[in-house]
Design a protein around this ligand. Structure first.
Ligand SMILES: Cc1ncc(COP(=O)(O)OP(=O)(O)O)c(N)n1
Ligand SMILES: Cc1ncsc1CCOP(=O)(O)O
Ligand SMILES: [Mg+2]
Length: 249
């Protein structure tokens, strides 16, 4: 198995347009550059807040944006996660490589079934970076287990349908996620439609739990994140605590 262990705990996946829609719905922008710059600032503030509350992994996900803005976001967020939480880049291996070259502290990438294949990505990013791979059905579990020497974790979902990703695979429910996690040889990240009230139920069966809207669209993301981390830790073995840069196990 790959040796780049993902941190257990609560995992934020960003959505800069949703941050803007939530926190600056009325704001007028004179240009796309100005809109993107505001989205980067809001996302960086959100990451700082939730990492201070104990979120241990952050994935930068910004669909359909020009590479330059994604790169700028990576450098800005790296400044607030460095040495504290793992920072992962979604989809864009080119952005990962460029930001890493520029000094960003990045833990790795997350790729899906239609992104570059994990074996190609491993050759590009080297042995010391994490690769997370999305899986949602039995044939993909078989392939993920065959690639257990290449990938470091599997993103398994969705728990329930979500407006954040309308092209997501059919919902698996709690039992479906637990069954796939059990069959996987690599640590599982649960994702898709997950709310704070689901954390206690999911935590015993997976390695970490990823959320987008539950934190990005929350009016009080710090409090929400703190509660998620508390529920996650409570549901795990006594003595284990999983927060940013304070793994108890
Ligand atoms: C942790 C985690 N799991 C799954 C996904 C979904 O990835 P993918 O299937 O490539 O879809 P997009 O996120 O690219 O729309 C994820 N991002 N993170
Ligand atoms: C990126 C991603 N991959 C599968 S579902 C999803 C979005 C999850 O968003 P939310 O936590 O708001 O349901
Ligand atoms: Mg993808």
């Amino acid at each position: 198995m790959q040796q780049n262990s993902p941190r257990p705990g609560i995992y934020l996946v960003t959505d800069p347009p949703l941050s803007l829609a939530t926190h600056a719905p009325e704001r007028h922008f004179r240009s796309e550059a100005e809109r993107h710059s505001a989205a980067i600032d809001l996302t960086t503030q959100l990451v700082e807040t939730v990492v201070a509350a104990g979120v241990s992994t952050v994935q930068l996900r910004w669909k359909n944006v020009e590479a330059r803005y994604f790169y700028d976001l990576s450098l800005a967020v790296s400044d607030v996660t460095a040495g504290t939480a793992d920072l992962i880049i979604n989809d864009r291996v080119d952005v990962y490589l460029a930001a890493r070259e520029a000094g960003a502290q990045l833990a790795g990438v997350h790729i899906g079934q239609t992104d570059l294949h994990p074996s190609s990505v491993r050759k590009l990013i080297g042995q010391d970076a994490q690769i997370g791979w999305s899986v949602s059905q039995p044939a993909e579990i078989v392939e993920a287990n065959r690639l257990a020497d290449v990938i470091d974790s599997a993103g398994v979902g969705v728990l329930r349908a979500t407006a954040t990703k309308t092209d997501a695979p059919p919902p698996l429910g709690f039992d479906g996620i637990a069954r796939l996690a059990d069959e996987l040889k690599v640590p599982t990240t649960a994702i898709g439609g997950i709310k704070t009230a689901d954390i206690a139920h999911l935590a015993p069966s997976v390695h970490n739990i990823a959320v987008v809207s539950a934190l990005v669209a929350s009016p009080a993301p710090g409090q929400e994140a703190r509660e998620m981390v508390r529920l996650f830790n409570h549901a795990r073995q006594p003595g284990e605590t999983f927060t940013a840069n304070a793994q108890g196990a």
